[in-house]
Ligand binder design. Structure first.
Ligand code: PLP
Length: 394
């Protein structure tokens, strides 16, 4: 090992970050260490589902913390069963079976593995621009070479063009009996807010049925009510065999899971986890579902989401406004490339992005209409400033 002398431990630098230190948060707002207030339309990357520090969520976690935070999965944890029942009711997937873990990548990893245990096959179909996480198998079904280390490379994954039914049909005709699973986001998030066509999801369902493959619905970003349906894949009117969930599930408390259709049977020790489904995580996840139900947040996502999309569509300088509910993207032309940065620094509004030129909105499902209105006003103001900058002639 080369000798490099540094006198303190530093963080491993994995992301470019904004020079902002957030110290407080409430609803759709966060505050930095200088007392500056920001509107959060990024939701901490689609994680904040019911609003930052929702009082019911805080209370539930605090009360649970006083009782017991963690014990291993070797004992009964009734909160897990309560969570499963509540999730079954709200999602409409009664009869499915819940397995809890800690992150989106882990959820996908378990789903792909379970599919392979179930049908004894190795090959997986994934799609262009997909993102399914950073762990070994999850990253190997992710369509971004920069994230895939040599050790993650595998010939088991077949990448097909997103929403191309002919390519999918042909792939199954050629390899159908070897395909273990098909994994797809209902709306691609990292890929730039690309909606899976309803007919494409139906085609996946019918080909999986015909060839004995497992349909895995990655709902890590597009699920948990964000689109107005609990799972965005539900717009297609067909069920997946496994749904994977994370982000919005704990409103910032790390909790994730998969729900598994009744025809897939569990076998002891095939799946397992130390931290997954701990008492505290279940309390946080239950609080989230209780608030989604009580405050009718899926309806709010539809209503505020429609308002935002209508308003955005009417702004001529931006293009291709798309999405469902409160998962929205739009294209930003080259001359407005500083728009996201200016929204943050000039208007104090957090938004998300997708490379190369997409702004992504992933706010809390409790976003108020007046906050959406404020965003539209601020956006127009920043666009106007950018278009009025005279272009230099060389
Ligand atoms: C669709 C999708 N799947 C999986 C993941 C991975 O989730 P995590 O970062 O919790 O591992 C993400 C994260 O952005 C995602 O958007």
């Amino acid at each position: 090992m080369p000798k490099i002398k540094i006198d303190k431990m530093n963080l491993f630098d994995v992301y470019p970050i904004n020079d902002i230190t957030v110290v407080k948060a409430k609803g759709s707002y966060v505050w930095d260490d200088k007392g500056e207030q920001y509107l959060d339309l990024y939701g901490g990357h689609a994680v904040i589902s019911i609003g930052h520090t929702h009082p019911h969520w805080v209370k539930r976690i605090e009360e649970q913390l006083e009782k017991i935070a963690f014990y291993s999965n070797s004992i009964r944890i009734p909160l897990q069963q309560q969570l499963a029942e509540k999730l079954g009711k709200i999602s409409g997937k009664t009869g499915y079976q819940l397995f809890l873990c800690n992150s989106g990548a882990e959820a996908n990893e378990n789903a792909l593995k379970l599919a392979s245990f179930h049908n004894g096959r190795k090959r997986i179909v994934a799609f262009s621009k997909s993102f399914h996480g950073r762990t070994s198998l999850a990253v190997s079904v992710t369509d971004n070479k920069n994230y895939v280390a040599p050790v993650n490379e595998t010939a088991n994954v077949i990448f097909l063009p997103f929403n191309n039914e002919d390519a999918l049909e042909e792939c199954f005709q050629q390899n159908g009996n070897e395909i273990s699973s098909v994994i797809i986001e209902g709306i691609q998030g990292v890929g730039g807010i690309n909606i899976a066509d309803e007919s494409f999801l139906k085609k996946i369902r019918s080909l999986c049925d015909k060839y004995g493959a497992i349909y895995i619905a990655d709902s890590v970003q597009c699920g948990y009510g964000r689109t107005g349906k609990f799972f965005s894949h539900d717009f297609a009117g067909v069920n997946a065999d496994i749904y994977t969930m994370a982000k919005g599930m704990g409103n910032g408390f790390p909790v994730a899971g998969i729900i598994v259709a009744p025809h897939i049977k569990s076998k002891h020790f095939q799946l397992g986890t130390t931290f997954g489904g701990n008492h505290l995580a279940c309390a946080a996840a239950l609080a989230v579902l209780e608030i989604i139900e009580e405050e009718k947040l899926m309806g709010n996502a539809v209503m505020v989401g429609k308002y935002l999309r209508d308003q955005l569509t009417a702004i001529p300088e931006i293009g291709n406004v798309r999405g469902r509910g409160l998962m929205i993207g739009f294209d930003v032309p080259e001359e407005l490339k500083d728009l996201k940065k200016n929204l943050l620094w000039e208007q104090k509004i957090f938004t998300g992005e997708a490379k190369p030129n997409v702004i992504r909105l992933l706010p809390s499902l409790a976003l108020k209409k007046r906050d959406a209105e404020q965003f539209i006003e601020s956006l127009k103001e920043e666009i106007e400033k950018l278009v009025s900058i005279p272009t230099t002639v060389n």
